[in-house]
Design a protein around this ligand. Structure first.
Ligand code: FAD
Length: 402
């Protein structure tokens, strides 16, 4: 099958790119490993940055989002029994997050593509991206081959596109944190009023709003933990313990969906381009969920690449596309820096999730907690530290094409 742009992966990056290019009159084909229903129901991220929502609005990609997304501009830190309120939107000049589950954005984008007569090929895993430095790179699947002018790998960190990069580029720079996060969608009796971050001797915990009756719960667990070791009662007990300082602000958890363990690692490829292959989203960089950057970065990559490809294909201007790798690496590292800083703030060394036992009376651990409390105070009080944090959290004003 001949096309101008072949895209591997129908996540936020591949779908945003696909819609943008089609609307500009560029032929696009998307192949996706999973069946349609699995893609449309996969719950992952949920916090969209203001600039990303503005971009989606300006390009007519935010029809349902405009009606259903809920604005959030506050997160509370829980530390040493205190709850410190942080109105970050106020500190970031009014920029907010919008709570809109990733699977809903994905559904909207898939429906837009279907309406344009270019539904992704679902259930069609690519086995390889080949000939990336030739004139006609190809995406090879079991039942079809895409012969393209340009291939975009938007198939996540474990997809096949990254493997088509030279060995010294594809692994890039990475780090593995010593702990993981257990993640579980909790059914709640009322919405979580804001993001809650708890720093606790038993380990970090967070509760993040998703929908009126769903919240995402994160619990720090030892590295490579098996989620099977976390039955519902243990999750409930640890959530209660670590989030206790939220007091009556915590909704009642009525049920849990199956828990999963998130391996806490971060990585950025050395260059998100090789010949006529470009990488976007998680294929080019993975972040921990700390700071809610992954989906936003994926959409920002797609927006940049769409603009660059349109200028290349329609105006014959190669300059924006040539600058794509450098711009995206810069923004990926900016996001990594924020996410890593927040993660280090929120995790105490030697946190011990032991059940039932009282928290350790370890003076070093207490000292660390006291330092975190002071850092958080510095964030929430008026001053440059909080303002810088607020801007980083809600999204840097980095370049995103209008
Ligand atoms: P993906 O969404 O991973 O899409 C890649 C697609 O490629 C998938 O559909 C996959 O099936 C497909 N694919 C893979 N291999 C192949 C192949 N060989 N052939 C064809 N298709 C293939 N980010 C935030 O911004 N905020 C958050 O709050 C947040 N919370 C998260 C919570 C969880 C539990 C998880 C797991 C992630 C979270 N993230 C968050 C990260 C966010 O979900 C990702 O960064 C985002 O999905 C990246 O989008 P993408 O399009 O690059 O990749």
């Amino acid at each position: 099958l001949r096309t101008q742009v072949g895209i591997v992966g129908a996540g936020p990056a591949g779908l945003v790119l696909g819609v943008m290019l089609l609307r500009a009159g560029i032929d696009v084909r998307i192949v996706e490993r999973l069946p349609r229903e699995a893609v449309l129901t996969r719950a992952r991220a949920g916090l969209l940055e203001d600039r990303v929502v503005r971009f989606l609005h300006e390009h007519g990609l935010a029809g349902r989002l405009a009606k259903e997304a809920v604005r959030h501009g506050r997160c509370d830190f829980l530390c040493l029994g205190r709850r410190l309120r942080f109105d970050y939107a106020e500190r970031a000049g009014g920029a907010h997050h919008w709570v809109y589950p990733q699977q809903e954005l994905v559904r909207d984008l898939v429906e837009l593509l279907e309406a344009e007569g270019r539904a992704p090929y679902f259930g069609q895993p690519a086995s390889a991206v080949v000939d990336t430095t030739g004139r006609r790179p190809r995406v090879e699947c079991a039942d079809l081959v895409l012969e393209c002018d340009v291939v975009v790998g938007a198939d996540g960190w474990h997809g096949v596109s990254r493997r088509a990069l030279p060995a010294d580029v594809r692994d890039g720079v990475w780090q593995r944190y010593p702990h993981d996060w257990l993640t579980v969608l909790a059914e709640v009796d009322r919405p979580v009023e804001c993001v809650l971050y708890a720093i606790h001797e038993r380990g970090f915990a967070a509760m993040v709003p998703r929908t009126e009756h769903l919240a995402r719960l994160y619990l720090q667990v030892p590295g490579d933990e098996d989620p099977a070791r976390w039955p519902e009662e243990r999750i409930r007990e640890q959530a209660r313990l670590r989030l206790a300082a939220a007091g009556s602000g915590l909704p009642r958890i009525t049920a849990f969906r199956p828990a999963d363990a998130l391996r806490m690692r971060s990585a950025v490829v050395s260059a998100p381009r090789h010949g006529r292959l470009f990488l976007a989203g998680d294929a080019a960089h993975i972040l921990t969920p700390c700071g809610a950057k992954g989906m936003n970065l994926a959409v920002a990559d797609a927006a940049d690449l769409a603009d660059s490809l349109v200028r290349q294909f329609l105006d014959g201007d190669p300059v924006p596309l040539a600058g794509y790798p450098e711009r995206r690496l810069h923004e990926a590292w900016r996001a990594q820096e924020f996410s890593d800083g927040l993660l280090r703030l929120l995790h105490l060394p030697h946190a011990d999730p032991a059940d039932g036992r009282p928290a350790p009376a370890d003076p070093a651990s207490r000292f660390e907690a006291q330092l975190r409390l002071e850092r958080i105070r510095r964030l929430v009080e008026p001053g440059p530290a909080g303002t810088a944090f607020a801007h980083g959290y809600v999204g840097s004003p980095a370049w995103l094409p209008a």
